[in-house]
Design a protein around this ligand. Structure first.
Ligand SMILES: NC(=O)N[C@H]1NC(=O)NC1=O
Length: 173
């Protein structure tokens, strides 16, 4: 899909196509549509990120809370969004042993209890062992820093999803 096609989309089509760039937050795509036309993929991505950055902290935390756990119940039950399912299974999270799954579930629960939102990490850029290490490390971070880190991961996930939709190489962004 090229940027002319993106710029020609009406509101409904744009939200249908880009509504899950930010996981389960179609309102972000809805806000971005008002800012068309876009120059290119990089410009489109900038607008998604700017909408996130402009939200009050409560809205940013809301975005984080819309994310499913990594290797959580929704993955087992097959109820993730198509994008999450692809990212989590591609990262090997459907093939965890029982011990690994239990350990991740424990750490996810500790993280959620400490920060009030789920642990978020761009699964496509990681693997199960690195995820577990990163989760244990980030559990010890101060809350304000962790909010920034988590939003950075949301942007990485969104950037990769956008690049997929526009068939672009994310390394060139
Ligand atoms: N919790 C969390 O990071 N979830 C996600 N990360 C990712 O890459 N896909 C997701 O569903």
């Amino acid at each position: 899909m090229d940027i002319e096609k993106v710029n020609s989309m009406d509101f409904g089509e744009f939200v249908d196509v880009f509504g899950n760039v930010i996981e389960r937050c179609p309102l972000i795509a809805a806000a971005v549509w008002s800012q068309r036309p876009f120059l290119d993929l990089e410009d489109l991505q900038k607008h998604f990120f700017a909408v996130i950055d402009a939200l009050p902290q409560s809205g940013q935390e809301g975005i984080l809370r819309c994310h499913p756990d990594l290797a959580g119940r929704e993955l087992q039950q097959g109820t993730l969004t198509a994008e999450s399912q692809r990212e989590q299974s591609g990262a090997g999270l459907t093939c965890l042993g029982a011990d690994e799954r239990l350990r991740l579930a424990e750490l996810n629960a500790q993280y959620r209890a400490r920060f009030g939102f789920p642990f978020i990490l761009a699964a496509r850029l990681s693997d199960p062992a690195a995820m577990q290490r990163e989760l244990a490390r980030r559990l010890l971070c101060p809350p304000a820093q962790e909010l920034r880190t988590a939003l950075g991961e949301v942007k990485k996930i969104g950037g990769l999803r956008l690049a997929d939709l526009l068939c672009a190489d994310p390394a060139k962004l």
